[in-house]
Write a protein that binds this ligand. Structure first.
Ligand SMILES: [Zn+2]
Length: 271
């Protein structure tokens, strides 16, 4: 049966299971596969069925970075980003950094992170967060890998640190971007990408939606940050890579192009 006949036979709303559009090949650029309650193989199968063919699994500490790498080796289409989240920054000592460097040598590691600053929850002291952030920026630069940055309630401070390491030449991803347009443009000037998560689908996300409208599509990325941040209409429920389609559809709508014509950035190539 042709894909179009098959599609026509089923309801096609965003909550219905759809047949894959063969032209669709989306990458979930930020997922925490080790934190899913659902079986990872099943979650990846469901994602592939709707056109999410690649998933970047991101570590938040050494243990979850190892798991991300194991998952990447076990499942085609999955690659890993290894690093220590600002919440865990106080644990990034010399030995941990050495282990992180060792993990990053694996060819399926395509980035360092997530690192950055979280002045909302402050689960590690701010000085430790900044120290761990700088160590990981240096490691990413040394290995010529992109760095995946978490910035919550720390925009000015994050930008001040990043400016010291600029330009990035595509090796910078601002994950789940929550800054304003000026900040987004400054990130682009530094050679970075803006990654958009579930909140872009929320009704009150006008600032973020406006940023998406204004930035070139090839400097934008889409991510689920699953199991967190489910897009509308699943807000508050566990998230999964298959729901990336809802986020990508919203971005396509804001850019005024059909989803299959949306050409997003692709920083995760390892040369
Ligand atoms: Zn994350």
């Amino acid at each position: 049966m042709s894909a179009s006949l098959n599609r026509a036979a089923r309801p096609d709303g965003p909550h219905e299971k759809r047949d894959r559009d063969p032209r669709l090949s989306l990458v979930d650029t930020h997922a925490h596969l080790d934190l899913l309650e659902q079986d990872v193989g099943e979650a990846l199968r469901e994602a592939r069925e709707v056109g999410v063919t690649g998933v970047i699994s991101v570590g938040i500490n050494l243990d979850s970075s190892r798991k991300a790498l194991e998952t990447a080796h076990a499942h085609p289409g999955v690659r890993a980003v290894v690093g220590v989240h600002p919440h865990d920054a106080r644990h990034l000592d010399r030995d941990a950094l050495r282990e992180l460097r060792r993990l990053a040598g694996d060819p399926l590691v395509v980035g360092i992170g997530e690192t950055g600053l979280d002045f909302y929850r402050n689960l590690s002291p701010r000085a430790d967060q900044e120290r761990a952030f700088r160590h990981q920026l240096e490691l990413a630069r040394e290995l010529d890998l992109p760095v995946v940055v978490h910035d919550r309630e720390a925009h000015a401070h994050t930008m001040r640190v990043l400016e010291e390491y600029a330009p990035f030449g595509g090796r910078l991803i601002m994950h789940c971007f929550s800054g304003d347009l000026d900040m987004a443009l400054a990130v682009l000037d530094m050679g970075g990408y803006i990654s958009v998560a579930g909140p872009v689908t929320f009704h009150n996300a006008r600032r973020l939606q406006d940023i998406v409208r204004r930035l070139p599509a090839d400097r934008l990325l889409v991510e689920t940050d699953c199991p967190f941040l489910s897009p509308h209409p699943f807000r508050g429920r566990p998230n999964a890579p298959a729901r990336l389609v809802l986020i990508a559809e919203k971005v396509a709508e804001l850019k005024g192009v059909p989803l299959e014509d949306l050409r997003l950035g692709d920083p995760f190539t390892r040369g």
